[in-house]
Design a protein around this ligand. Structure first.
Ligand code: E4P
Length: 215
C-alpha cells in the first residue's frame, strides 16, 4: 500500500515529501478553503514539489458539463493532476468523459461497494471510500474497503482503492491488510505512524550506554 497525504497545506506536503514516503496528494474543497489561497496557484505549488505522484484536485460544479470544463482547466496545470469527482450520476458521466480523454480521476465520497463498482465501470482511476465518516455514523469503514477490494479482485478491475478519511494509525494498518492500494493520510497521522515509545526509549538507552562507554 502506498501513501498519499491528505492536505492542501504546502509545508505539510513538503515535510511528508522529505520523508521519502509520499506517492501523491489529495485535496478537497474544505482543505483548500482552510488555506485561504488561490486553488490553481496552490496546485502549481503542490505539483512543483510532488512532480510525479498523483495530485487530486476536486471539481465543485455539480453538473457533468461544468465538472468537465473545470476538470480540463485543472488537468492543464500539470500532467500529474488527477481530477476528483463526487460520486453522483453527473459525476459518473464526467468520469466517463475524462477517461476517454485520458485524464485520471478519483471518485470521492464513496460510502458503498455499489458506488465503487459504478465509479470503476465509468472508468475511474481511483475510488475513495471514506472510512472515518462511516465510522462516525456507526458503520465500519474498513469493512467497506474489504468488500470493494474483494469485488475488484473478483472481476479483474484495475481501479485503485484509496482509503480516505483516515483518522488513526489502525485505519492505516487495516487498510493495508484489507487490500487498499493507497491510504491518504493527514500529516498528524503520518507522525503517529513514525513514532513508537519503545523506539524513543531505545534511542535514549543506546545513547546513554554509548556516552558512558566513551567518557
Ligand atoms: C479524501 O480524499 C478526503 O480529502 C479526505 O480523506 C476526507 O477526510 P475527512 O473525513 O477527515 O474530511
Amino acid at each position: 500500500m502506498k501513501f498519499f497525504i491528505d492536505t492542501a497545506n504546502l509545508e505539510e506536503i513538503q515535510e511528508a515529501h522529505e520523508l521519502g514516503i509520499l506517492s501523491g496528494v489529495t485535496t478537497n474543497p474544505s482543505l483548500v478553503a482552510k488555506e485561504g489561497v488561490d486553488f490553481q496557484e496552490r496546485l502549481k505549488e503542490i505539483t512543483s514539489v510532488v512532480t510525479e505522484g498523483s495530485v487530486s484536485a476536486e471539481v465543485v460544479a455539480l453538473d457533468a458539463p461544468g465538472m468537465i470544463k473545470e476538470g480540463e482547466e485543472l488537468a492543464a496545470i500539470a500532467p500529474n493532476i488527477t481530477i476528483k469527482v463526487p460520486m453522483t450520476s453527473e459525476g459518473l458521466k464526467a468520469v466517463r468523459t475524462f477517461s476517454e480523454k485520458n485524464i485520471k480521476t478519483n471518485v470521492t465520497l464513496i460510502f458503498s461497494a455499489n458506488q465503487a463498482l459504478l465509479a470503476a465501470r465509468a472508468g475511474a482511476t481511483y475510488v475513495s471510500p471514506f472510512l472515518g465518516r462511516l465510522d462516525d455514523i456507526g458503520h465500519d469503514g474498513l469493512d467497506l474497503v474489504s468488500t470493494i477490494a474483494e469485488i475488484f479482485d473478483l472481476h479483474g478491475i484495475d481501479t485503485e482503492i484509496i482509503a480516505a478519511s483516515i483518522r488513526h494509525p489502525q485505519h492505516v494498518t487495516e487498510s493495508a491488510l484489507r487490500g487498499a492500494h493507497i491510504a491518504t493520510v493527514p500529516l498528524k497521522v503520518i507522525h503517529q505512524l513514525v513514532k513508537h515509545p519503545l523506539t524513543d526509549s531505545g534511542i535514549e538507552k543506546f545513547l546513554s550506554d554509548w556516552e558512558s562507554a566513551n567518557k
